[in-house]
Ligand binder design. Structure first.
Ligand code: ADP
Ligand code: MG
Length: 223
């Protein structure tokens, strides 16, 4: 589903050129549950942002579902993102003045799905992550683990094939982290490919394969 060949990316330019991805080769099969580990600053978020078409790369090749992702313009990248990709972030990125069900339904607003249909789908997903009773609550009324489950439900509403999660348990305690990982594992069991960035061994151990990133290189692919 994903194949990167010698992907490089630097920030800055000229004398201040700062290489972050120094020639990444990696592939992920459809249906895999993979983690990417590495110390802070090793380029994990940069790699995930490249995979998620949130950021561009300088050279190399990225095939997503067999299609070359080089030189996409922003409109095309946005179309791929909304069709194929779901995102989960450490800080949840929920909209504070919208209820749980409104947050989950929001991505469909941009796809011109009727309000009734959006809300019905969002309610189904909230039920799936165990939060039916919390549908009309605001994020500020929910715990970190609940907020992350809302964010997972939101990531699913566009029926993505691939979910990219950047430190999804980074702001949660151990017990809650495990609960959130269980939800992500259930989602993966339904066939959605999942890539989870983490620097925690316990989280990586809950995935099928650990890709280790070190100083902009893949240190090991876990195969
Ligand atoms: P990680 O997620 O593994 O902690 P990042 O991918 O966020 O690492 O960052 C890798 C390196 O790139 C870090 O040294 C960081 O400071 C630098 N970096 C990240 N984003 C930017 C940016 N937008 N501009 C300049 N440097 C950046
Ligand atoms: Mg990061």
């Amino acid at each position: 589903m994903i194949k990167l060949t010698d992907v490089k990316k630097s920030y800055g330019s000229g004398k201040n050129l700062f290489p972050v991805l120094k020639g990444i080769d990696m592939d992920v099969e459809q249906g895999e549950l993979v983690s990417i580990m590495g110390s802070s600053g090793s380029g994990k978020s940069t790699l995930l942002n490249v995979l998620g078409l949130l950021d561009s790369y300088d050279s190399g090749k990225y095939l997503l579902g067999g299609t070359d992702m080089s030189n996409l313009n922003e409109t095309t990248a946005a179309q791929y993102r909304s069709k194929y990709l779901g995102f989960v972030f450490q800080s949840f990125n929920l909209i504070n003045f919208k209820s749980a069900v409104e947050n989950v339904a929001l991505p469909l607003y941009y796809q011109k799905v009727s309000r009734k249909e959006r809300n019905a789908m969002a309610m189904d997903l909230l039920e799936k992550v165990g939060l039916s009773e919390w549908a009309n609550h605001l994020p500020s009324e929910m715990s970190g683990g609940q907020k992350q489950r809302v964010a997972i439900a939101r990531s699913l509403i566009t029926k993505p094939r691939l979910i990219l999660a950047d430190e999804p348990t980074g702001a949660l305690d151990e017990q809650t982290s495990r609960e959130v990982m269980d939800v992500l594992k259930d989602v993966n069991k339904e066939g959605i490919t999942m890539i989870i960035v983490t620097h925690e061994n316990e989280i990586a151990a809950m995935t099928q394969r650990v890709i280790r990133l070190r100083d902009g290189h893949i240190e090991s692919t876990g195969r």
